[in-house]
Design a protein around this ligand. Structure first.
Ligand code: ADP
Ligand code: MG
Length: 349
């Protein structure tokens, strides 16, 4: 091998290591519905890596389910291309079986065989070529999803949250490369929700499964995902890690959606808070960044919300409403407090 060959080989090895392993790619993808041209999604560019946990966040009607169905191949794009490992993802008109063979999507109704036992619901996803392996794998995935004690129960006898876990077990036992979940926590109560979030996160890392989850609750994304996508009216507003989006929201919409941020317009920030913002700029301050101090900006308390570990105060600063998360204390409506921002960011729109 010549010296040039060695150099070329080294460059190739370096490039393959440096290039992230793109699993799914969307190029300028739009989908509009014939009877609703303003619905769907528009101009989405996106790359999802192998093993990444992605959460798609946005208000109801922002296009989250449309995007998930496009990725799974249940909808065809009106414009643009979707690729899975470089191969075009075909829409429903182009194949017999709906969906993509390397992905599993958990439907809202869970698609369980309601009168069959939990064990059989899950085991039936595997072939009978290796009966011992089938049994071991079924037991393992039931344990991983904490439903082994329900093995003999019929699906119809389970709660919504338990059925959800069976549906996830059914999907994961077939070892899909991608698991797509549309609002998986909508039927799960608060405690179970926390547990299911933790289990999904652990399983995605243990199994190396790429997970794409849709939610309207920002906490789902913030607590789970490697990457968040924020959609608004069918457009992708921002993509990044939870910390990136909280620290550097692209606009006030993202800051409000993710962190219920206080948005202080330039004129208020300049006249009452001593900033020098341009007219197009706004101050973004999360409630947990509003501190009560000895000497700061004077604010009156207009509402008090008890939140277990802290109080959420609604404050009035010269006619402008701010929300502050403060330590538990004996606050009273009408009291005056002194306020300071421990952190803030300036966002222009
Ligand atoms: P999300 O999941 O974020 O609530 P969807 O993707 O379901 O949003 O919908 C996005 C937009 O597209 C909404 O305005 C919705 O009304 C519209 N839409 C969704 N599905 C259809 C459909 N089959 N026909 C017409 N409009 C649709
Ligand atoms: Mg939806």
């Amino acid at each position: 091998m010549s010296f040039t060959h060695v150099r070329l080989c080294l460059a190739w090895v370096f490039l393959s290591l440096a290039m992230p392993n793109t699993l799914i790619q969307l190029n300028q993808v739009s989908k509009s519905y014939p009877n609703n041209p303003n619905g769907g999604v528009r101009g989405i560019n996106l790359r999802i890596q192998q093993g990444e946990f992605v959460a798609i966040l946005g208000e109801s009607g922002s296009g989250k389910s449309t995007l998930l169905k496009l990725i799974y191949g249940l909808l065809s794009p009106t414009e643009g291309k979707l690729l899975f490992q470089g191969q075009e993802i075909l829409g429903p008109e182009e194949k017999l079986i709906p969906g993509h063979k390397h992905m599993k999507m958990i439907a809202q109704n869970f698609d369980l065989n309601t009168y069959a036992k939990v064990y059989d619901n899950i085991a039936s996803m595997l072939s009978n070529t290796d009966l011992e392996g089938k049994k071991l794998n079924t037991l393992a995935i039931m344990q991983a999803l904490r439903i082994d004690h329900l093995a003999e129960r019929r699906a119809v006898e389970l709660s919504g949250g338990e059925q959800q876990r069976v549906a996830i077990a059914r999907a994961l036992i077939t070892k899909p490369q991608v698991l797509l979940l549309d609002e998986p926590f909508s039927q799960v109560d608060v405690l179970m929700r926390k547990q299911l979030r933790a289990d999904l996160k652990r399983l995605s890392k243990e199994l190396g499964t790429t997970m794409i989850l849709v939610s309207h609750d920002p906490l789902d994304g913030l607590s789970l995902a490697d990457t968040l996508l924020v959609l608004k009216q069918g457009e992708l507003l921002q993509k990044g890690t939870p910390t990136e989006l909280i620290d550097k929201p692209a606009n006030v919409y993202v800051a409000k959606l993710l962190g219920a941020a206080n948005i202080v317009p330039a004129e208020v920030a300049n006249s009452y808070f001593g900033f020098q913002l341009a007219a197009t700029e706004q101050l973004v301050v999360y409630p947990y960044e509003c501190k009560l101090v000895e000497k700061g900006m004077k604010a009156s308390i207009t509402q008090i919300h008890y939140q277990l570990a802290h109080n959420e105060l609604e404050l009035n600063v010269e006619g402008h409403v701010l929300h502050a998360q403060v330590p538990l204390g004996a606050y009273a409506i009408g009291d005056y407090v002194q306020l300071q921002f421990s952190n803030f960011r300036i966002v222009s729109n």
